[in-house]
Design a protein around this ligand. Structure first.
Ligand code: HEC
Length: 681
């Protein structure tokens, strides 16, 4: 019976995808039609690329989620801007058809402190699905934008938030959540009925308190790999980013995140693998039952998520066709896994790394460098960092070149136990980001971050080519097409097309701001389009080739086609100067207190060293912190909450004053660095 419904569902989906007459190709979900960020369209190709031009642009009214991927279905583009404000835009004319605002800032509470917006949405059977920071999953009528249903997929006030895209298949929609860096939570994914929003199944990714019994055998098995009273810390393992649906095996693959907290000595003091942290888990799509898992980081301690995008392909390995699953998680290896069994086929490093020497092909387990676990209070410089060798910037895979295209980061980080490693109170403070690791000791510095675009052959686990990029996180998500083209945005503000076989750059467009999101491609009336969101929302400016200002660059939806004739208006606004204000007397003790508060509560949006990467205004260039009353109204009392600036009511007067002194100090330092001769370093 289940199978029959599935076949009927597949036929309906097929008919919808093909359209009655048009034969147009859609991009209905995060990874495209299939999971590989690959488009079968070839009108725009290596020979015609010279004619590619801007067809239209749409000015996005709310900054907030420049990593989001739009989708395109039957001539309409849907995207989530800001705090999941869904826009439907005519793909041919660029005109807004409707918008739906879920009013996230009004209900998100402390979750507004999570810096990120939605990374994607999904379409199925006439509905658009979007999730929100406050934990709702929402279904909208795709024609009108009216609400079909809305369910809360988290527990009341548990601090879970959603930034990932929903995944759709058959009659179901599946959603995960994030939050394991802030609050003691236990990760799960939940499937709902697309038509009604009724819950179909839920799968927890880590075991709960054994005294309460286990939901299933998988949880009983997982609990054997934990020690201490892990459930008090939640455990983590959230599915905050990627999943993949596999129609051949009728499974949904989920990629789980880090432990809560990252530091295993707190979470599970006597060690253990801590299943299913940092794992890829295969679930039966109908029931959500466990099928297999592969753990990339047993007993994880570095925030090495396996939450990056999961891609599926048939790959010829040693003369044999294999159904594989591919992932480049944060930990720096590229994994090729047998989809049928979950067994490792191969894993090789794609960046220089030092936490492990190799992945043992027999056991599938890493051969670790013990020092990288920062044992006995000893700090360690570890490569890659918690930013990952690969982060949310999507990779893509082409069945023609048989290469995967991965935006990679070469960046290290210092890991060390906190001064009072088992201070549970500190960890359970729900109001700030907290991995259970300490501040780096002075003088211990990783090398300068670098980034690159890597073309990797999954069959041979060898590099095909590599393009060094500028700065520490230059490459946006990638898309590859049957036209032999690879598209990628850059933090330099360029959107480029390359030959997918060689990496040779064939075309570029100046987007006037960074382009971090992955592009999509689709056709309407036989004409192929390429669409991407331009907007800078980096967590900080460290290693960016240039500064992107929250206020002075317009974020846009850009759509390209052959012979497109649109032009962007000239960028006329310029950043404000650093506010050095010589009349302000900086008190070093107050500034030191401010630095601490800033590091715990502000850094995630306003950037390391208060150097904004575009996610929020550059505070060193803002007048507002100079006025203590205005500053207090914003920071403590939430005057700008509706615009996405959270309130911090727990801060005392000394904290706010401290922030003010810290910001002044940093403004003078940044100004001095910019003026040779005046510099003090
Ligand atoms: C979740 C992200 C986020 C966090 C965390 C955050 N901010 Fe903001 N902040 C914003 C955004 C977004 C704006 C812009 C709001 C607007 O457009 O009016 C903003 C605006 C501001 C402004 C006004 C600047 C101006 O010129 O308009 C100040 C001052 C400020 N934040 C200070 C802080 C301080 C201090 C902290 C830490 C205690 C902090 N913020 C934490 C996102 C954040």
């Amino acid at each position: 019976m289940g199978r029959l419904i599935r076949i009927a569902g597949a036929l309906v989906a097929l008919a919808i995808t093909l359209g009655a007459t048009s034969g147009d190709v859609n991009w209905p979900t995060y990874g495209g039609d299939g999971e590989n960020h690959y488009s079968p369209l070839d009108q725009i190709n290596v020979a015609t690329i010279g004619r590619l031009g801007l067809a239209w642009h749409y000015d996005i009214d709310t900054p907030g989620s420049s990593f989001t991927a739009p989708i395109a279905v039957d001539g309409v583009i849907y995207m989530a801007a800001g705090h999941s404000v869904v826009h439907a835009i005519d793909a041919v004319s660029g005109k807004l058809l409707w918008a739906y605002d879920p009013k996230v800032a009004e209900v998100a509470g402390v979750r507004l402190r999570a810096a990120w917006g939605s990374r994607g949405i999904a379409y199925a059977r006439g509905r658009v699905f979007v999730a929100t920071l406050d934990g709702r999953l929402i279904a909208l009528d795709a024609k009108t934008g009216t609400l079909a249903w809305s369910v809360v997929t988290v527990e009341p006030d548990d601090g879970r938030y959603i930034t990932g895209a929903p995944w759709v298949f058959d009659d179901k929609v599946v959603i995960g959540h994030g939050g394991a860096d802030f609050v003691p939570i236990r990760g799960y994914v939940t499937a709902y009925d697309q038509a009604t929003g009724k819950q179909a199944w839920r799968f927890h990714t880590v075991p709960g308190n054994p005294a309460k019994g286990f939901e299933n055998e998988a949880m009983a098995m997982a609990a054997k790999t934990w020690t201490g009273e892990w459930w008090k810390y939640g455990g983590g393992g959230t599915v905050w980013n990627a999943m993949a649906y596999d129609p051949k095996y009728h499974r949904i693959y989920i990629g789980t995140g880090n432990g809560t907290p990252w530091n295993q000595k707190i979470r599970s003091p006597d060690g253990g693998d801590n299943l299913f942290l940092c794992s890829i888990i295969a679930l039966d799509a109908d029931t959500g039952e466990y099928v297999w898992h592969y753990q990339v980081n047993p007993g994880e301690v570095w925030d090495y998520n396996a939450a990056m995008d999961i891609e599926l392909a048939e790959v010829d390995i040693g003369g044999q066709k294999r159904d594989v699953l591919m992932q480049a998680p944060k930990n720096g290896f590229f994994y090729v896994i047998d989809r049928a069994t979950g067994k490792l086929i191969s894993a090789e490093p794609i960046v220089p790394l030092n936490w492990a020497s190799a992945i043992d092909p027999k056991t599938g387990r890493p051969i670790e460098n013990a020092e990288a676990r920062y044992p006995d209070g000893k700090a360690a410089i570890v490569y890659p960092s918690m930013y990952g060798a690969h982060n949310v910037d999507a990779m893509s895979y082409s069945p023609h070149t048989r290469l995967a295209y991965i935006p990679i980061i070469d960046r290290g980080a210092v890991y060390v136990d906190p001064p009072r490693p088992f201070d549970k109170w500190t960890f359970l403070d729900r109001e700030r980001f907290n991995g259970g690791v300490g501040a780096p000791p002075p003088g211990l510095n990783p090398r300068t971050p670098a980034s690159a675009l890597l073309a990797w052959n999954p069959a041979t686990q060898k590099q095909a080519w590599r393009i060094p990029l500028q700065g520490g996180r230059d490459g946006g998500g990638t898309m590859v097409t049957a036209g032999g083209l690879l598209f990628q945005g850059r933090s330099t503000g360029q959107f480029v097309a390359m030959a997918a076989d060689s990496g040779r750059q064939l075309w570029s467009f100046a987007a006037q701001t960074a382009v971090a999101a992955q592009p999509i491609s689709y056709s309407v009336g036989g004409r192929q389009y390429v669409t991407v969101i331009a907007g800078a929302r980096y967590p900080d400016a460290i290693g960016l080739p240039r500064e992107w200002d929250y206020r002075t660059q317009q974020w846009r939806l850009l759509t390209f086609a052959l012979d497109g004739r649109d032009r962007l208006p000239a960028a006329t606004r310029h950043p404000e100067p650093y506010r050095t204000d010589p009349t302000f007397r900086i008190d070093p003790a107050k500034a030191a207190r401010g630095a601490m508060v800033f590091g715990q509560r502000c850094i995630i949006c306003h950037g390391m060293n208060a150097m904004s990467g575009g996610a929020a205004p550059h505070l060193l260039r803002s007048q507002l912190p100079l006025d203590l009353d205005a500053f207090t109204a914003i920071v403590r009392d939430g005057a700008l909450r509706a615009n996405g600036m959270p309130d911090f009511p727990e801060l005392g007067r000394e904290d706010v004053e401290g922030l003010q002194h810290y910001i002044r100090l940093r403004a003078r330092e940044a100004d001095a660095l910019e003026r040779p001769g005046k510099g003090h370093h």
